[in-house]
Design a protein around this ligand. Structure first.
Ligand code: GSH
Length: 225
């Protein structure tokens, strides 16, 4: 199994967390999408030029982090089951992953891009809308976490793989300190060995990426965020 990825990429990190959770052997292949030659070579593997991509042992090419994680769950039978066996709970997990991807991650990307614009161009209608949806989604997670260790209950799942990098990077542009259950949950996430390992290996590349921004942004620790 080969994983095309970048250490600081949040979608790559979702898959890396799943691989570590499953204790699965794989060959990591780092891709630098900023290098035009490497990028054009990589489009032969993934025509969208997005990371991550997984090449399975049988040569099947899979893109989309959530689909790769579903594959890993089918391929490796050990716990944690990233998609619960109970069909109702499985739907809940997939729904949570969608909420994180569509509303939280897109909101994060919108706020990130906005932060790099000249002040007079910031705060467009579209950005405000994305911001409101992001806030709604964070509130939804706050409610969801009532009495739970992980997003879908006591078992770590696909939704937690998606949440970990997204919520950690989110703090660069949005603070959720006012949401105590969400904050405690992220503390648990960041202490989980698979997540801690992935974040540690992406740290240096992320610092390097942040250092070339027009307007400074920084990784915010939970105690400050
Ligand atoms: N929907 C894709 C999104 C993947 C994605 O956007 N990856 C980012 C890195 S975190 C990327 O490849 N960006 C490069 C680009 O957009 O040029 C997934 O779930 O895997």
């Amino acid at each position: 199994m080969k994983l095309y990825y970048a250490p600081a990429s949040s979608y790559s990190q979702r898959v890396l967390i799943a691989l570590y959770e499953k204790d699965a052997a794989f060959t990591p292949i780092e891709v630098n999408l900023f290098d035009q030659q490497e990028r054009s070579h990589y489009t032969k593997i993934n025509p969208f030029a997005k990371i991550p991509t997984l090449e399975t042992e049988s040569g099947q090419i899979l893109f989309e982090a959530s689909i790769i994680i579903e594959y890993l769950d089918q391929r490796f039978f050990n716990k944690p089951y990233l998609i619960p066996k109970d069909p109702k709970l499985a739907l809940e997990v997939r729904m949570l992953e969608r909420i994180i991807d569509v509303y939280i991650n897109r909101g994060r990307e919108a706020l990130f891009s906005d932060s790099q614009r000249p002040l007079e161009e910031q705060g467009s209608h579209e950005v405000n809308k994305a911001h409101r949806l992001l806030e709604t989604a964070c509130l939804q997670l706050e409610e969801q976490l009532s009495g739970k260790t992980w997003l879908a209950g006591e078992d770590f799942s696909l939704a937690d793989c998606a949440a970990a990098p997204t919520l950690s990077y989110l703090r660069m542009v949005y603070s959720y300190k006012h949401l105590p259950k969400l904050t405690d949950y992220v503390r648990r996430l960041e202490s989980r060995p698979s997540v801690a390992e992935v974040q540690k290996s992406g740290h240096e590349q992320m610092i390097q990426m942040l250092s070339v921004l027009k307007k400074p942004l920084e990784l915010v620790s939970l105690d400050r965020g």
